[in-house]
Design a binder for this molecule. Structure first.
Ligand code: PEP
Length: 253
């Protein structure tokens, strides 16, 4: 199973700033001790407006381009939306679907997430499917049920062969951007619940996301079933992000 470190820049950085940040990241990753052949797939997911400049900044480097969202239709009267072919044409290889901020602020449903996942797969984009419980759901003992329902809904209709192109991220909503990261042992337990929710997920990378930082990431990477991180805040600083890549690489040489 591959190890991934994915930087979700959310709605941060203008195109000019994003190009600069991407250049800083690849510069740090090109220096020892980061330069050694990497066992870690690194993905940068800037806002749509920064995809092209970030693509140019990471060209020639072993870093992949990701998007933060996608619509399921190829083209048409969907003002403001971006389709899989548009992303592919820009060099995008991964797309985050079902991030809790999309579910919460933009009303994305499990059904939307399923359509986006299928559209991404149909076009050869690798979906990074985000699932996770809210604080209230955790407090009322609904964590396992919630991640099971979300995972099953997102992957409904996906064939066994196609599952190998999926990445899942366990992102407890209460841990995102709060500085309150989930206990790593508990995250590993929920990751196992996610894997058990759909047949064939044993070899699918499942990441942890939620206030990951260089201070806590090694504890997640010490969990054999955790395959890396989906990182928000700490991905906006080149040194911190590169350190996360290094930590992942040291844990899974
Ligand atoms: C995220 O954006 O997916 C995320 C986990 O954010 P943060 O690392 O800032 O909690």
């Amino acid at each position: 199973m591959r190890t991934l470190v994915v930087g979700n820049w959310k709605m941060n950085e203008t195109a000019t700033q994003a190009a600069r940040l991407a250049r800083e990241i690849v510069d740090v990753l090109s220096m020892p001790p980061y330069r050694a052949k990497r066992s870690v797939d690194v993905v940068l997911a800037p806002p749509f407006t920064s995809l092209a400049p970030v693509r140019d900044a990471i060209a020639e480097h072993d870093v992949a381009l990701g998007a933060q969202n996608v619509y399921w239709a190829d083209s048409g009267a969907f003002t403001g939306e971006i389709s899989p072919p548009m992303l592919l044409d820009l060099g995008v290889r991964y797309v985050i679907v079902g991030h809790s901020e999309r579910r919460r602020y933009f009303g994305e449903t499990d059904e939307d997430v399923r359509k986006k996942t299928q559209a991404a797969l149909a076009h050869g984009l690798r979906p990074i499917v985000a699932v996770g419980e809210t604080g209230d759901e955790r407090d009322s003992g609904k964590t396992d049920e919630r991640v099971t329902v979300q995972t099953r809904a997102a992957l409904e209709g996906v064939t066994r062969e196609r599952l190998s192109e999926i990445v899942i991220a366990y992102e407890p909503v209460w841990a995102i951007g709060t500085g309150r990261n989930c206990d790593p042992t508990e995250a590993a337990r929920v990751i196992d619940v996610i894997r058990a929710s759909v047949a064939g997920l044993d070899d699918v990378p499942v990441l942890y996301g939620g206030s990951v930082s260089p201070a806590n990431f090694a504890q997640y990477m010490a969990m054999p079933r955790c395959c890396g991180g989906l990182v928000g805040g700490a991905s906006l600083d080149a040194q911190s992000f590169a350190l996360l890549v290094r930590i992942a690489g040291e844990a899974r040489p």
